[in-house]
Design a binder for this molecule. Structure first.
Ligand SMILES: NC(=O)c1ccc[n+]([C@@H]2O[C@H](COP(=O)([O-])OP(=O)(O)OC[C@H]3O[C@@H](n4cnc5c(N)ncnc54)[C@H](OP(=O)(O)O)[C@@H]3O)[C@@H](O)[C@H]2O)c1
Length: 382
């Protein structure tokens, strides 16, 4: 089976390496025949090309593996490949979560598939597990620590009592965080993964902008001090739940109780858990990123296509996100408290308070109305 690879960076070079090395008989059935690169200096392999059309118009290539990242031209290239009757495997959560509907519709029209295991949890077999679980069970919900960078920062802040900015620079020095860390620390990376998990778990397309999202950009040592004094640990949690006719889905820092398995996930590890009727809770822990683990997931999808396991051909239905059903108590720290008077249950510091039990929609609306750039919110686990 011949493969065209788009992008030859961290993930793409890992895909090329795994397929070239061919450790198993399945992988030895695969061959990377062309690799799209951007710059002449990257023409390091005779298979490299600067022209996407060399891959698009090669009738022997039946699978395109997109590992370039970004929205464009990744979206256009993936769409053109699908229209040409080529399967697409992608590690690009941002592109797929944004253009999900368009790409799935195109795939269905062309009788091919889109696979995206690597886009969510890197090498952790999260999507494959959802595929298996939902063959037997309705998946009721999922939650996860989907982002290694923010977990690293929160873990080190807790263990060393340091402040956010110090830990962010350390994560950047270690290569865990990008020079522009916004997607990680503002929760958007997790939001893309929550959207794609909704597709797989619930056969549901959701609008990413409807996923209520709070990150950890404004977290301070004093927030974690309060958390620790109350026997809790802060983690950035992405979650989704399925209801008749709608889903709830959000990303929010959450103060977890010490006996919650999630509170002990260290460093840059991920954990993702599904909840279904007969299986109950099933969790996966591992490195959610890295060249070879992520490439492993891409190659798994390629083998799935070759073996003709095509779960993605199922129809997907768009469902709205409604977070009125997501009720909880929230820790909020803000200097602009005027609009919160009716929501406060008790104060836990000069600027911080715990809300009454309210919906996430109510909490998010009050936070938006406060218009305080340094506001921090976390959900407090029951
Ligand atoms: N790294 C991980 O551990 C990991 C884990 C899970 C998912 N992912 C996802 O996988 C995707 C790739 O990530 P990565 O870490 O491999 O990124 P990367 O190291 O930056 O690799 C992307 C490569 O694609 C190239 N590229 C970009 N636009 C191109 C174009 N128009 N034509 C040809 N080549 C182009 C880039 O070239 P330039 O550098 O010259 O721009 C770069 O070499 C992203 O969507 C990322 O979110 C990554």
């Amino acid at each position: 089976m011949k493969i065209g690879l788009l992008g030859h960076g961290v993930v793409g070079s890992g895909v090329r390496q795994i397929i070239d090395e061919g450790a198993t008989w399945e992988v030895r059935e695969l061959e990377v025949v062309k690799i799209l690169v951007k710059d002449e200096s990257e023409l390091t392999d005779p298979r490299c090309t600067l022209d996407f059309n060399d891959i698009l118009n090669d009738p022997e290539i039946s699978i395109v593996a997109e590992c370039m990242g970004g929205l464009e031209p990744a979206h256009t290239f993936a769409k053109k490949a699908l229209e040409k009757g080529k399967h697409v495997v992608t590690s690009n959560k941002k592109m797929l979560a944004t253009f999900c509907m368009d790409l799935f519709e195109t795939a269905v029209k062309s009788g091919v598939t889109v696979h995206y295991e690597a886009s969510c949890g890197g090498g952790i077999p999260w999507m494959a597990s959802l595929d298996r679980t939902r063959r037997v069970d309705d998946i009721e919900g999922f939650r996860g620590i989907f982002n290694g960078t923010t977990n690293y920062i929160l873990d080190r802040m807790k263990k060393e009592g340091t402040d956010f900015s110090e830990m962010l620079s350390e994560a950047q020095k270690l290569g865990y965080a990008e020079r522009d860390p916004s997607d990680d620390i503002d929760g958007y990376d997790v939001r893309y993964k929550v959207a794609l998990s909704c597709v797989k778990a619930f056969d549901t397309l959701v609008n990413i902008d409807d996923i209520t999202t709070f990150g950890i950009r404004n977290i301070r040592k004093e927030d974690l001090d309060w958390c620790a004094a109350n026997g809790m640990t802060c983690k950035l949690i992405g979650s989704g739940k399925h209801f008749d006719g709608f889903v709830s889905a959000c990303v929010i820092p959450t103060f977890l109780r010490g006996d919650d398995i999630f509170s002990n996930i260290p460093s840059n590890f991920n954990i993702i858990e599904s909840q279904s009727k007969t299986l109950g809770a099933a969790a996966f822990v591992g490195q959610g990123a890295g060249s070879l683990p992520t490439a492993h997931a891409v190659v798994q999808n390629i083998v799935d296509i070759w073996k003709n396991q095509d779960p993605e051909i199922n129809d997907k239905f768009a469902k709205p996100v409604d977070n009125q059903v997501h009720k909880g108590t929230f820790y909020i720290r803000t200097a602009k408290q005027a609009g919160f008077a009716d929501l406060i249950d008790r104060r836990v510091g000069e600027l911080a308070f715990i809300t009454k039990k309210i919906s996430l929609v109510e909490a998010a609306a009050a936070c938006a109305a406060a218009n305080d750039e340094s506001l921090f919110i976390a959900e407090v686990a029951e």
